[in-house]
Design a protein around this ligand. Sequence first.
Ligand code: G3I
Length: 325
Amino acid sequence: LRDLAADLQRPIRLGTALAAGPLLTDGAYRRTAGEEFSMLTPENDFKAQFVQPRRGVFAFEEGDTLVDFADANGMQVHAHTLVWFEALPSWMRAEMTHEDRRRVMTEHIRAVAGHFRGKVAEWDVVNEPMSDEDEDYTNGNRGVRPHLWFDAMGEQYMDIAFRTAREADPQAVLYLNEYGVEEDGPRWDALYALLIRLKKRGVPIDGVGFQNHEYAADDRTDPEAFRRKVRALAALGLKARVSEMDVLVGEGEEDAQARQFAGKLTVCREEPNCTSFSTWGFTDGYGSTADIRNYPPSPGNALPWDAEYEAKPTYWALRDALGRS
Ligand code: G3I
């Protein structure tokens, strides 16, 4: 996949989420990842819970393992993630003043983006800022999720986060990453309005990641709806990427999975501001950790390779979408 994507008239990166654990223990995992992908996203190893377990104490060993693997295999790292409301160490969730909360966020960004400066190509600076609650779309929050960072700084937590990340790693491409915005609806509308506000305030955001966690049975995945979003971003001068795609299937839905993956890849390949297409893991052997009903991870069915590393119809559909069978 990575070679076909590199040979396109306008090359894109083909990515996957990886974890340091199986990279160290599973040869087939390591081999397939290195051969098929030109970009990796750390599935968990860069998250605050793991890199700053205690205040001012940093743990980069697993993260560095992923960076080394990327280096050794000519892959870029799409780093994930600096500011999120999940995967936080408990000390970070504790009561503190607004001032201290802000300091914790900026210190975290400086330390983590500083450590990986020059070693990663991109960052998810802000992850999942949009709310799941209807009321946040009608009250003053304008669809922005009211979590601990918002509580301390208001929407400006994003301005501060992007500015701090830009200072800490000036070469990195800076993304906001969100789910459920590849389809039409209030969630996308609110995100689009937010992006306009960020751009007006001169916030150094470069692009948006569309997670694309899907169920094959859903029809909320129309590639043309996604194409309209990618074009709307282009008009704002922003890049787009498919950041975490997986498609859970029920019996007999394998073809639908292949169609959905290929449809999104085709849009990404065709739209000039779409830079990369990443799946959230690649083998069913470690399950779909995106499926919260399936935690702890057990073998699933949402990805292009089965648990024995046999390519599924979805893999061949991805190749077709890159112009070769
Ligand atoms: O490794 C620890 C282990 O030491 C500990 O004993 C155990 C007890 O809880 O937890 C283990 O960590 C778990 C980690 O996955 C690694 O397996 C966390 O609890 C668990 O919360 C974590 O889940 C991850 C989840 O994000 C939350 O961070 C999933 O693997 C990961 O696939 C998922 O990824 C998210 C993206 O970051 C953002 N978009 C949605 C996507 C899918 O949900």
